[in-house]
Write a protein that binds this ligand. Structure first.
Ligand code: PEP
Ligand code: MG
Length: 587
């Protein structure tokens, strides 16, 4: 049994069998074959090994010619292993005796060779050999599986996916019905992969560091997305412990769910509206079921992610109408315009050359303002949908006043076009902006004159304030919502919004973290937009607050000089409102 700790990004416990996706995204299922197909399968294996060996010999030749024989020799060694009877025979035996498909057999044999090598002598020579074995596995699989299908789209059995990394678009194609959880070597807390895992309610742990070589598809595995732990090949006692834990968490969830219709109001009567964050239209219904009073953030770029072509104006329009319809009459829906770029990457709008710093590059509103057809198509659809309910529009990643003026100018232009064509829309739909870069916080007073509302995006705000990539596990300790610099910026925005009577909400992941709820409400936030699966636990906190008690908490936090002190203040405050969680508490 091996226990590993990573970054918890989507809560819940899952117990199941691993599906290993290697670095090139091959899906390596444990697939059985009927006995009459053994010969067929062996022939497939032989052909794949032969092609892989020919490829290795060709690479050996070209490398030797270009760089010298010692480089070519690496691939010569690969070619030899393809012919090594011990290696090939073991795969053949597994196919014929265990009735396993060739892919599964290759995968099993390579993993067991690697384990033997590493247990014999974990020095550099053997580490080099095992890296080569993985390479060899890739080559054979490539020939067996014949290339480019998206392995994630066709999963048809319950699995726990383990991978080096999952991109947001790959994650968006997962079928939550079969994907019980996923765990990856790379990835950070507020990456969009993490956000989608939450949206799909799939437990997930990211940033575990190298562990894939210890797992074979089909191995039993536990993922605890609440604590950020995975356990490979758990023993019986551990399995029982996690089954009990899973049951306990389900009980807690159903208790919270039973309180979904209680008002989101503090003990002294202050209303804190709870809205939902969504990535896909069908999540609106789940927000409604969990008591959300509208959609505070619809990340519309997910209409593009995981698709080979751009959505049409009609597809935009239908998605917005569906959200309006599913969230229910009279409820607001804040549509955020396309926020592509950085980790949300689509082929149709890729930069001509890879960017060196994509998070600081051509992403989000910058991309839209330079690609007018892309932007105006969406603006038309939003305006057309605005006749059917309380639609509001929000621009992401605005950094300076010129950008917001430009957005408004283009919106007015689209409104004129619609008028000329006698197409109806709500000309007074509220216009807002995400406040998610430090420049927007510092200039919030000036921005207030140009918009009807602010929505503070803490995911990017933390990344840009602390210069810590939200997707990079190596700086996950720096990427901290409790950092006083971040909190002071939030405070600054709330003050500016209050002075200028501009509505302000928080929609980054911090808004869904119950530890931060007292602080946000204390700072003056009366509207929170959170992933559907966090609505209940945040509302539970709101219902235990006395706003008069929050003054001291906020004063203490605003003079704190480091994240640990802020964190401790928040934990101590939570203990005062949830004494039953503290050891030794007696009824
Ligand atoms: C944010 O940055 O906090 C936010 C809500 O936007 P996204 O996570 O989509 O970047
Ligand atoms: Mg953002």
């Amino acid at each position: 049994m091996t226990k590993l700790r990573g970054i918890p990004v989507s809560p819940g416990v899952a117990i199941g069998h691993a599906l290993v996706l290697d670095t090139d995204g091959f899906r390596i299922p444990v697939r059985k074959i009927p006995a009459h197909q053994i010969d067929n399968e062996l022939a497939r294996l032989d052909a794949a090994i032969q092609s892989a060996a020919q490829e290795a010999v060709a690479t050996q030749k070209s490398l030797s010619n270009q760089y010298g024989a010692s480089y070519g020799a690496i691939f010569g060694a690969h070619a030899m292993l393809f012919e090594d009877p011990a290696f090939v025979e073991e795969i053949r035996t597994i196919i014929s005796s265990n009735l396993l498909a060739a892919e599964s057999a290759v995968h099993q044999v390579v993993r067991s060779f690697v384990r033997t090598l590493e247990s014999m002598n974990p020095d550099d020579y053997f580490a080099w050999r095992s890296a080569d074995l993985f390479d060899i596995e890739q080559c054979i699989l490539k020939h067996l599986m014949g290339g480019a299908e998206n392995p994630l789209k066709n999963i048809s059995e319950e699995v726990i996916i383990v991978a080096r990394e999952l991109s947001p678009s790959e994650t968006a194609t997962l079928n939550p019905h079969y994907t019980k959880a996923f765990a990856t070597e790379h990835g950070g807390k507020a990456s969009h992969t993490a956000i989608i895992a939450n949206a799909m309610e799939i437990p997930a742990v990211l940033g575990l560091g190298p562990f894939l070589r210890e797992v074979t598809s089909g191995d039993p595995i536990i993922v605890d997305g609440t604590e950020g732990i995975i356990i490979l090949k758990p023993d019986t006692e551990t399995l029982k412990k996690y089954e009990d834990l899973r049951f306990q968490r389900q009980q807690d969830d159903s208790k919270l769910h039973s309180e979904k219709d209680l008002p989101s109001v503090t003990l002294d009567g202050v209303i804190v509206s709870m809205l939902g964050n969504i990535e896909f239209p069908n999540e609106a219904a789940s927000c409604r079921n969990r008591g959300a009073q509208g959609i505070g953030l619809y990340r519309t770029e997910f209409l593009y992610l995981g698709h080979d072509s751009d959505p049409s104006e009609e597809e935009h329009f239908h998605a917005y109408r569906q959200v309006l319809q599913d969230i229910g009459p009279g409820q607001p829906v804040i549509i955020r315009t396309i926020d592509l770029g950085a980790d949300k990457f689509v082929k149709t709008h890729a930069p001509t050359e890879p960017e060196k710093n994509p998070s600081l590059g051509m992403r989000s509103i910058r991309l839209c303002l330079r690609d007018k057809p892309l932007f105006t198509k969406q603006l038309r659809a939003i305006l057309r949908a605005s006749c059917f309910g309380d639609i509001r529009i929000m621009f992401p990643m605005v950094c300076n006043l010129a950008e917001i003026r430009h957005c408004r100018f283009l919106l007015n232009e689209v409104m004129d076009e619609l008028r000329e064509s006698n197409i109806h829309f709500n000309a007074r739909l509220p216009i807002g902006m995400m406040v998610e870069v430090p420049s927007a916080c510092l200039m919030a007073r000036e921005f207030a004159a140009h918009v009807d509302f602010f929505s503070i995006g803490t995911n990017d705000l933390i990344q840009y304030t602390l210069a810590a990539d939200r997707t990079n596990e190596h700086v996950a300790d720096l990427y901290n919502a409790a950092d006083p610099a971040v909190i002071r910026l939030i405070h600054m925005v709330v003050q500016a919004a209050t002075e200028h009577q501009v509505e302000v909400s928080v929609c980054g992941e911090v808004s869904g973290d119950p530890l931060f709820t007292p602080l946000l409400v204390g700072l003056g936030i009366k509207k929170l937009s959170v992933s559907p699966n966090h609505i209940a636990s945040v509302k539970q906190v709101v219902r235990r607050l006395m706003t008069t008690d929050l003054k001291t908490l906020c004063e203490d936090v605003l003079i704190a000089s480091n994240a640990r002190d802020v964190h401790n203040l928040l934990v101590r405050f939570r203990e005062t409102i949830f004494p039953e969680e503290v050891d030794g508490y007696q009824v």
